[in-house]
Unconditional design. Structure first.
Length: 463
């Protein structure tokens, strides 16, 4: 396959010259990297996060944690995190001299706010907003024009209910927000139909509270990501449990470092917990917090990124095997293999690999509420399938880095596809005669990758 080329400000996406075959290791998991960073910052001592994803969003989270008082050193292949300073009762202490972050101001005492620029990272926002409320000093969170459009009202109301002060400095329910603790334990009810990260952010912060925190969700999308948060927190020694179908309780006791034996993935033996109705395997690392040595935590490959690599193979009639993530993973997006099987692809899996062969022989109807990041790669495969597809339960895609429903429908239609976006669904009529055109990623990497998959079968696509 010829490399892509830049022409007049556009990237010319090359059509594949034949089936794509091979073995590949996806980049490290962004979701696990975010969660491990926050857990390490709340922990005591030093954590060495091995194989982190070094990308814009995770760098923003790391720099913001440094601004809030943790110490993050980023080196190739390993990020070292020293947790927040604590008082005699275990409470988080205000940061001293602040070092640079996505835009941290220098603050004096407890009066001047720390200002965090979170760019376009929705994950950073969901995880850092509750974290900022742990500190008895003002913190202002802001971001890009798109991030300012994304709703933050539910999380702000939850923090207020738990005792934090949250002020809206711009449009109601949106960034910029000024937050100040302290945050208390108790019980809070949230509508997480727009983002499961609302629950995840509260649970992570709850590990540093002086009393238990129970989070109940009246609506919940992307449930496997909450299970992933619980798995990572348990890896770090937190006592967190699911008490009802959509309710979780985290008990006092800041993360003390990964627990368990080493394994091939995170370090030795595994333990199994149950979340969202299916086993979630978690692993950790057995370094004693009292030994004085650093904790080690290894991040596995990204299942969401693996989906695009598998899609590239099947749409060209080839076979791709991805290494570093498999059936042992606690990432919900490993179900992409099951979706490809429903489309007639041949699939195989081990505890550490996923493989798929194409081409797809049919479309499918699937509810993707639990795995919204699979919509772009699955929609690309569906566009190239011989029969039509319907993807449902995905209204929350309208408030991601872009309006992903509108972006996919609009850009696929530019290429000749017959694609319609409903309020919470994507209807893809196939087959359709496709031809090259100039398309836009809408500033969203998942839209760009979906278009790149389609371009493997369509000549003359400019991105």
């Amino acid at each position: 396959m010829a490399p892509h080329s830049i022409r007049g400000g556009f990237m010319l996406l090359r059509r594949a010259t034949g089936p794509i075959r091979g073995r590949v290791t996806p980049p490290p998991s962004k979701s696990i990297t975010h969660r491990a960073l926050v857990a390490a910052a709340l922990g005591r001592g030093i954590t060495r996060i091995e194989n982190p994803l070094d990308a814009q969003d995770t760098r923003l989270t790391a720099m913001a944690l440094s601004a809030l008082g943790a110490h993050v050193v980023r080196e190739e292949g390993v990020w070292s995190v020293t947790g927040f300073r604590r008082g005699v009762r275990g409470e988080l202490l205000p940061a001293g001299r602040l070092s640079g972050a996505g835009a941290a101001t220098q603050a004096r005492g407890n009066r001047d706010p720390v200002v965090l620029d979170l760019g376009n990272s929705g994950s950073s926002l969901r995880f850092l907003l509750p974290l900022a409320a742990l500190l008895d000093r003002p913190v202002v969170l802001d971001g890009s024009a798109r991030l300012r459009q994304r709703p933050a009202a539910v999380q702000a109301m939850a923090l207020r209910a738990l005792g934090a002060q949250v002020d809206e400095l711009g449009e109601p329910g949106c960034l910029p927000l000024r937050v100040r603790g302290p945050l208390c334990g108790g019980e809070v009810v949230v509508d997480a139909g727009g983002s499961s990260q609302i629950v995840s952010g509260l649970l992570l912060a709850g590990a540093a509270l002086p009393s238990p925190l129970t989070v109940r969700a009246t609506a919940l999308s992307s449930r496997p990501y909450v299970d992933l948060t619980v798995a990572v927190m348990q890896d770090f020694g937190c006592h967190v449990e699911r008490v009802e179908s959509a309710a979780w309780r985290v008990h006092p006791g800041a993360p003390g470092g990964p627990v368990g034996e080493k394994s091939a993935r995170h370090g030795a033996g595994t333990r199994e917990t149950r979340g969202a109705g299916k086993p979630v395997r978690t692993t950790g690392n057995a370094v004693d917090a009292d030994s004085g040595g650093p904790f080690h935590y290894r991040v596995e490959a990204d299942a969401s990124a693996a989906a695009f690599l598998l899609a590239a193979g099947v749409v060209t009639g080839g076979r791709v095997l991805v290494e570093g993530v498999g059936t042992d993973s606690s990432q919900g997006d490993v179900v992409f293999l099951d979706l490809l099987a429903r489309m007639g692809c041949d699939v195989t899996a081990t505890c550490t690999t996923l493989a798929a062969s194409g081409p797809p022989t049919m479309g499918l109807s699937a509810d993707l509420n639990a795995t919204p990041d699979l919509v772009p790669p699955l929609a690309a495969v569906a566009l190239l399938a011989p029969t039509s597809s319907r993807l449902t339960g995905i209204a929350h895609l309208r408030v991601k880095e872009s309006d992903r429903l509108a972006a996919l429908a609009g850009e696929f239609s530019r290429l000749g596809g017959q694609v319609a976006a409903g309020s919470d669904e994507l209807l893809i009529t196939a087959p359709a005669p496709l031809s090259g055109a100039a398309v836009s990623a809408h500033g969203d990497h998942r839209i760009a990758m979906a278009l790149a998959i389609v371009a493997l079968r369509v000549t003359g696509t400019d991105l």
